[in-house]
Design a binder for this molecule. Structure first.
Ligand code: PLP
Length: 487
């Protein structure tokens, strides 16, 4: 039992002072003005800031007060410090010369969707905790099925449907959990095997460890000359495991690998998975956005037979991180794995089975109103605008690949894939590393690297919101100049 405090204040505490509506309006206008200037600079070529900040580890931490203020500060001072201390130490992912990793697109309507989502402050764990949060999400994911030409089995009007996850890693974790339990769960766990290619994203390995598998239960399937999963090798590995009494549980295919943009043969993978009842998950985190264009729908071959599919509008579809679209052909196994209903979350709509409760489609309970920003993007750009975005980048990347291929000092390290070019210097790893360092030191472009065929390769991922054909041509000119002068 706790004692009542003897030193109770004589007056009732009143809580903190909030901004008044007028103060909020003024601060909000200042914040939007600040963002409008920031975006205007990216649109004009990003001259105001370097892409990669010149900071050493610990600089930012040391530049800030070591304790929080006891008395609240005016908003103008916060904005001043963002300008003075935060932005100069921030990597400019939205800079038109940012070609590293994969793009993390943002856009004006998406930013405003995020803002309104924050303002509504909704906790959308169940339909009953905010009907619009759930139903708008269901709607925009059905819109994505139509806009991207995905199979109807991913629509919400059948046993399947879509959900927005924070990241592709979380989506594939859900697929692993559902597949594990569909194959017998904890009782069968030591016998279960998972297959993915040597080029799959590291999140698959992390997911299986989180799901309780041992590393040895992951079979790493070799790839062909184009870095796609070798379906014959997969078939042989599955057959060998079956012969030993093991259970093929899940095959994780990739459409657009991180290193080189390779596309696994999903239809052939389904031929292997079908007879043994293995779950097929397709990770199209980056490349999936391209299917908004009908001419790239070949990337979806075989998708009408898979159990789950994921792509990230937060990569290449103008929607701020985080927004990963995860689709299942049948939500039953997902719910069997992830639905736990404590008394305090029970409500009439859920009990009647009339509604979707997305908390059962993900690992955490709580969830943000993410569909709002995606809805804003889809409505503001329309499918025509989204197609124009992808097509402009693919065309510019194709030109860049031609320039690389015709440069005698450079060679392609992998086939061109949509908006991704991987290449190397013909003089070997050291020359390639030097070239990358020189490009990045120029301040005009930022590239990252990978290893392909155990050789260093530079990656150029074209897809930023403000990146145009002119910027990509500038990069091609820069590469030519550096290579001709010797990096
Ligand atoms: N899968 C692929 C093919 C990726 O390229 C990436 C990230 O680049 C991921 C998964 C992980 O994405 P996320 O950051 O959404 O977890």
């Amino acid at each position: 039992m706790t004692d009542l405090p003897s030193d109770r204040p004589s007056e009732q505490p009143t809580g903190p002072e909030h901004m008044t509506p007028d103060e909020f309006r003024e601060a909000g206008r200042a914040a939007i003005d600040w963002l409008a200037d920031f975006l205007a600079d990216h649109r004009d070529g990003g001259h105001a800031r370097p892409i990669v900040p010149d900071v050493a580890p610990g600089d930012v931490y040391r530049s800030l007060p070591s304790s929080p203020p006891a008395v609240g500060e005016p908003f103008t001072e916060l904005l001043t410090d963002v300008d003075r201390l935060i932005v100069p130490a921030t990597t400019q992912w939205q800079h038109p010369g940012f070609y590293g990793f994969f793009p993390a697109d943002s856009s004006p309507p998406s930013i405003l969707g995020e803002l309104i989502s924050a303002g509504l402050g909704v906790q959308g764990m169940m339909w009953s905790t905010s009907p619009a949060c759930t139903e708008l999400e269901t709607l925009v994911l059905d819109w994505l099925v139509e806009a991207c030409g995905l199979p109807d089995r991913f629509r919400s009007d059948g046993p399947g449907g879509g959900v927005i996850q924070d990241s592709a890693s979380s989506a594939s974790l859900c697929a692993v959990l559902a597949a594990r339990d569909r194959s017998g769960g904890a009782a069968q766990l030591p016998r279960l095997r998972i297959y993915t290619s040597a080029q799959a994203h590291s999140s698959i390995e992390k997911d299986i460890l989180v799901a309780g598998f041992a590393r040895e239960q992951l079979r790493v399937v070799p790839t062909d000359v184009g870095f796609a999963m070798d379906a014959d090798a997969l078939a042989a590995m599955v057959a060998a495991d079956e012969a030993e009494g093991l259970v093929p549980c899940l095959i994780a295919a990739t459409v657009g690998t991180t290193s080189s943009g390779a596309v696994d043969p999903v239809a052939r993978i389904c031929d292997v998975a079908g007879p043994v009842g293995a779950w097929v998950h397709v990770d199209a985190a980056w490349a999936g956005s391209a299917t908004v264009c009908p001419e790239y729908r070949h990337l979806l071959d075989g998708l009408d037979r898979v159990d789950s599919y994921c792509f990230n509008p937060h990569k290449w579809l103008l929607t701020n991180f985080d927004c990963s679209a995860f689709f299942v052909a049948d939500s039953g196994p997902l719910l069997d794995s992830l639905s736990i209903v404590p008394e305090y979350l029970r409500n009439a709509a859920s009990d009647a089975g009339e509604v979707i409760d997305y908390r059962d489609w993900q690992v955490p309970l709580g969830r943000r109103f993410r569909s709002l920003k995606l809805w804003f993007v889809l409505r503001s750009y329309g499918t025509d605008g989204l197609r124009a975005h992808i097509r402009a980048h693919v065309a510019a990347t194709t030109d860049l690949a031609d320039r690389v291929a015709s440069n005698p000092s450079l060679e392609m390290a992998a086939p061109l894939s949509l908006g991704l070019v991987c290449f190397r210097h013909v003089d070997g790893d050291e020359a390639s590393e030097r070239l990358l360092a020189t490009v990045n030191a120029s301040g005009r472009a930022f590239l990252t690297h990978t290893r392909l065929d155990d050789r260093y390769a530079l990656r150029v991922a074209v897809g930023g919101t403000w990146t145009t054909a002119e910027h990509v041509t500038e990069l091609a000119d820069l590469l030519d100049a550096l290579v001709l002068d010797g990096p």
